[in-house]
Design a protein around this ligand. Sequence first.
Ligand SMILES: *Cc1c(COP(=O)(O)O)cnc(C)c1O
Length: 404
Amino acid sequence: MSAVPGTFSRRTYYMRASEIRELLKLTEGRDIISFAGGLPDPRTFPKEDLAKIAKEVIEKYGDNALQYSPTPGVTPFRETLAEFLNSHGVSVTKDDQIIVTTGSQEALYLVSLTLIDDGDVVFVEAPTYLAAINAFRVYRPRLVSIPIDEEGMRTDILEEKAKKLAADGFKLKMIYTVPTCQNPSGVTMSRDRRKHLLEIAEKYNMIVIEDDPYSFFSFEPLNVEHLKTMDKNSRVVYLGTLSKILSPGLRIGYAAGPKWIVSYFELAKQMVDLHSSTLTQYIAMEAIKRGLVDSTVEKAKKIYKEKRDAMLDAMEKYFPEGSHWTRPAGGLFVFAYAPPGIDTKSLLPEALLRGVAYVPGASFFVEGGGENTMRLNFSYPTIEQIYEGIKRLGSLIAEKAGKR
Ligand SMILES: *Cc1c(COP(=O)(O)O)cnc(C)c1O
């Protein structure tokens, strides 16, 4: 039955089903090597330790752990998080506030809900993180994308566009960036670009959202500072998550930023879900305190570096001339550019027939482009699958490109 016109809010018109989740439905249960998801390798999950912690938490702290809790999060957990972040180079001071969220995804939604009005300019990278765009879109910002190169966001272009849009009377609201081991590109923003980005934010009075799920487990030294740590003007909000460094199923994310901003997230969160799961906050707190997150990070680094290397090696072997790809220092993805003229979206059905899936890159570009790109996940498939899948994909692209 179709709904009577006017049943659903106009907002729903701007809600998009995630292309990736739709794609995953197609591959589910089929014999397909999937580079399409973004799942951590379950071998990194510290199952036994978590089982022990979960049992202890319920037995020892059950009266609290199973109870309602404050909206911004369980107080001792927030203290643990502040220490954890500070010890990993993310500066959280007494002027900051931490709010625990149901994954970073909720933090992105709270950002959207509290900061974006119709037509506000939100700068994002091209390509950028799909789930962030989808969370922002509902509140109708003017999404303006800034190309990236191997040093991350092209801040010279950001400056130009900011200047022009401000002169045209647009409200410049914020810059959303995944500066370290970016999703989908794997690229890390250089020090100079970070500094420049903060200068531009200051000049145009914009808030900066630093989304950082990956800096904790880079495979190579990054030699950069977090934007949050570099920020001298109380305008950077740092978003973190335990999804990639402990378990995504726990749904523990957090925003750390100036009180004047984060207090609004708290206000909005009351309305959205009152608070995130008390139980998983207790479990996460114990996991951090007992060093389980740090040891999981070490395990993840090793597993993912091997897989990244396998993927890069396989691509070197099997991808045709005219294609190129990123060499990520961390994260879960390689971003590949097929030879010009190849449309990765129309190629996908054929790839699926040959038993391999990926995410066509165009959806990561909010203002178009990227038709010849694809995002390839290396964390979930096995090394054998990586070689086999890249071989199939490489020969398909080669056939289309009419080379090799
Ligand atoms: C994986 C990822 C997240 C994490 O999302 P959760 O909701 O915390 O699971 C956030 N941002 C980016 C860019 C990611 O790749």
